[in-house]
Design a protein around this ligand. Structure first.
Ligand SMILES: C[S@@+](CC[C@H](N)C(=O)[O-])C[C@H]1O[C@@H](n2cnc3c(N)ncnc32)[C@H](O)[C@@H]1O
Length: 335
């Protein structure tokens, strides 16, 4: 039986292995095509990316002129080897700065452009990476899942625009949810079917039909951003009418339960609890995000919770339901 320490080492190894998922070019292209207008004259920084293997680097170097970029900076973490799966075996990392120069029509690769060495290990929190961050207008990458809270906090601290991949579970992190509520962070266009395949040497447990050689399928992955995009301005078409029978009030929250985003009643002007996947359809002109269930963080429910119930997870007719976000329709129909 493993000792406590071995168990926690195994846990750390697994956790860090989850950080070594590499993004496919097609997924980057699919998302980035919705944001072209934001990139003109901008410096882009990919700060969790080895330019020799990262598809974020490939995407931006290839589309440098098309997007009208000013500069592209990429840095990686603890890695010198040209190996897709970072071993983190080097205390000095590499970086690359590209200003768009190319001979003829040929798009240069990372080696042609010239890789330089960082003084340190390339940790996004290190002083030299923060200096590079200060130069950047927009940060675009898939950061390590295990450091997601710190990663976003740093972007917010330095007031950067960003487009990054994360897991939808992060929506209700106490460091992330207040940003969503205040409209300082929202979801991007997203992955088809709410799942993505990443290049990985981690064993995949996906079903046979969804299994792809050398890849892992991760469900619930989303793009987080503070860049405006068209989908965020689209109105969700509502067709259901409120009835107390179809939309019962929670036993422990002053709100009605709406189990499916598509079934938000068009004529209800009070507080509604919806699944977190609602955020994929969230248009701030149509709805207001008021809070989330108290089980997600103390004080998240902002007075909607009936404290005396003592139960923080939302309950409907004695049945507990999954994570809920509380919203209000800004312009309910009068029927
Ligand atoms: C989920 S992977 C994605 C890699 C790449 N951005 C991509 O999308 O293909 C996260 C990357 O962050 C790197 N990383 C881990 N800790 C880091 C840190 N403290 N600072 C910067 N990068 C880190 C990992 O080595 C890994 O390559």
């Amino acid at each position: 039986m493993p000792t406590k320490n071995t168990t926690s080492n195994l846990h750390d190894a697994k956790k860090n292995k989850n950080d070594e998922f590499y993004t496919q070019l097609a997924d980057i292209e699919n998302e980035l095509r919705h944001y072209k207008e934001h990139f003109q004259g901008k410096t882009v920084y990919c700060n969790c990316d080895d330019p020799r293997i990262s598809n974020f680097f490939h995407y931006f170097s290839y589309n440098f002129q098309h997007l009208g970029l000013k500069k592209l900076i990429t840095t990686c973490y603890k890695n010198q080897q040209r190996d897709l799966f970072s071993q983190h075996d080097c205390e000095q990392a590499i970086m690359l700065e590209y200003d768009g120069f190319r001979e003829g029509d040929r798009i240069p690769n990372a080696d042609d452009i010239g890789i330089t060495h960082l003084q340190g290990d390339g940790d996004f929190r290190s002083e030299e990476c923060i200096e590079l961050l200060k130069q950047a207008d927009i940060v675009v990458t898939n950061p390590p899942f295990s450091l997601f809270r710190e990663y976003v906090a740093q972007l917010v601290e330095y007031d950067k625009k960003f487009l990054i991949i994360g897991h939808q579970n992060a929506i209700t992190y106490k460091e992330i949810f207040p940003l969503i509520k205040d409209n300082r962070l929202w979801l991007g266009f997203g992955f088809r079917g709410g799942a993505a395949h990443f290049m990985s040497n981690y064993e995949d447990y996906a079903t046979a039909t969804d299994r792809k050689e050398g890849m892992i399928r991760v469900s619930g992955v989303v793009w987080f951003t503070n860049l405006e995009h068209k989908k965020r301005n689209e109105e969700l078409i509502l067709y259901k009418q409120y009835t107390p029978k179809d939309y019962p009030t929670y036993d422990n929250y002053n709100a009605i339960e709406v189990g499916k985003t598509a079934e938000i009643p068009m004529d209800y002007d009070g507080v509604m609890g919806v699944p977190i996947t609602f955020l994929d359809k969230y248009n701030p002109d149509q709805f207001e995000v008021l809070g989330a269930t108290e089980s997600e963080g103390k004080g998240f429910a902002k007075g909607i919770w009936l404290v005396e119930s003592g139960i923080s997870q939302a309950v409907v007719k004695d049945k507990r339901v999954y994570k809920r976000i509380f919203i209000r329709n800004k312009n309910p129909e009068k029927v």
